[in-house]
Write a protein that binds this ligand. Structure first.
Ligand SMILES: Cc1cc2nc3c(=O)[nH]c(=O)nc-3n(C[C@H](O)[C@H](O)[C@H](O)COP(=O)(O)OP(=O)(O)OC[C@H]3O[C@@H](n4cnc5c(N)ncnc54)[C@H](O)[C@@H]3O)c2cc1C
Length: 379
């Protein structure tokens, strides 16, 4: 039996950032990251993820975007020496104004949201054409300077190496049994791990954990297609227009993504690839003729009703926590929320209501019920 202080079940962005902040706050803490598969096999393995601090049609600034961005940038810096490759493309993100209404929304968004200095500009059609030559139906658009594209598979590899260097233990091993026996016990094959604290960060699979079946998350499948191009694409900004097109290498770009609320199969399919091909052909017709389809990728996002993650302690079981539901903003949020969560685990600081499980009446009710049961038992 191997003893730890914290067991984290899931080695995606949520699990790795939680582990990192735990060891950064408390150097000698013993952390196990247990993944049923491999690092990057969940949604976090997306081959080129965009960091876009804008949300919705009205282009409002995302929740605590400035701090989230600062923390992500710091993390990119301190893990980059663990990779020989480029971890991010810092060319900004463009949101083209596809129609008159969007253009109006975007222009007023610059004034309405409290944007940090130099984060956002309105581009005239000429300015936009200089940044992305050949963009179809160019009516101008927003340029989010701070936006970037992360090489997520490489980022996760570097992150895991950085954590291994800080004594975080990684184990991989298929399905497991998690139960409470004073401490939490995770049994996998012939191995047993225990810790007073267990955290489930298994992305959309968190709901398959018997303690977390009530989480209000939906699984939304997304497919991406990777293309190789004759010309260099690594200086292009990412384009965010009902999905995105983004550079992932000197001559490679990724086109995403589908949003499939009903699906039978988690794998990429021909229909998804055809849709994405059409997207590239329609948005950047000239570039499209110089690019060849290489392969597709698919993953499942865990989305919540208000598009913010679900973080906190189980209403009934002591020492059991989750950090799930990062939706489409895992890259922007995981670092900052990982830090808030690690502080909550170690120092019992409150979590902001916007991300706490207990912003949901269902969880407040479950907590109340558990407390009543406990009080009755104590009598
Ligand atoms: C097509 C697509 C495009 C996306 N694009 C972007 C983007 O541009 N920008 C952005 O910020 N985000 C994007 N996302 C979302 C982003 O990938 C997620 O928000 C983020 O990866 C979620 O991280 P996670 O750690 O919560 O979950 P995951 O990455 O899913 O990690 C969960 C981990 O848990 C493991 N696991 C599963 N079951 C168990 C179990 N029973 N026990 C232990 N481990 C288990 C899995 O193997 C996996 O490693 C995209 C997602 C998809 C699908």
């Amino acid at each position: 039996m191997q003893k730890f202080d914290v067991i984290i079940a899931g080695g995606g962005l949520a699990g790795l950032s939680t582990a990192a902040h735990l060891v950064e706050i408390k150097k000698d803490i013993r952390v196990l990251v247990y993944d049923a598969n491999q690092i990057g096999e969940g949604a976090s393995g997306v081959p080129g993820g965009m960091v876009n601090p804008i949300t919705g049609q009205k282009a409002t600034l995302a929740w605590r975007a400035e701090t989230s961005m600062q923390m992500l940038e710091k993390r990119i810096q301190n893990i980059s020496s663990y990779s020989g490759l480029k971890l991010s493309y810092e060319n900004g993100v463009i949101r083209p104004a596809i129609d008159e209404k969007l253009g109006k929304n975007f222009r007023s968004a610059i004034k309405k949201s409290r944007w940090p200095k130099h984060w956002i500009d309105w581009l005239s059609p000429d300015d936009l054409a200089r940044r992305i030559p050949g963009l179809k139906d160019n009516s101008g658009g927003l340029f989010i300077r701070k936006g970037k594209v992360i090489q997520t598979p490489e980022y996760l590899k570097a992150y895991a190496a950085f954590l291994t260097d800080r004594n975080v233990t990684f184990k991989f091993g298929g399905p497991y049994n998690l139960f409470q026996n004073t401490d939490w016990v995770l049994e996998s094959g012939s191995e047993t791990f225990t810790a007073p604290v267990a955290v489930v960060t298994s992305g959309h699979k968190t709901r398959e954990n018997k303690y977390w079946t009530e989480l209000p998350m939906k699984s939304v499948k997304g497919q991406l297609a990777v293309y190789e191009c004759d010309e260099k694409v690594d200086t292009l900004p990412a384009v965010s227009a009902y999905g995105y097109i983004a550079p992932v290498d000197t001559h490679k770009l990724v086109v995403g993504s589908t949003y499939e609320h009903h699906f039978h199969d988690e794998n990429p399919d021909d229909q998804g690839a055809a849709l994405l091909d059409q997207k590239l052909a329609e948005l950047l017709p000239d570039l499209y003729t110089k690019c060849r389809y290489l392969h597709s990728w698919s993953g499942i996002r865990a989305t919540t009703p208000d598009r913010l993650p679900l973080v906190g302690k189980h209403p009934e079981f002591n020492g059991l926590f989750t950090f799930s539901g990062l939706g489409s903003k895992g890259l922007l949020y995981s670092e900052y929320i990982g830090k808030l969560f690690a502080e909550h685990l170690i120092s019992h600081t409150d979590l902001p209501n916007e991300i706490s499980l207990y912003r949901l009446s269902k969880y407040r009710d479950l907590r109340k019920l558990a407390k009543e049961k406990q009080d009755q038992k104590a009598k």
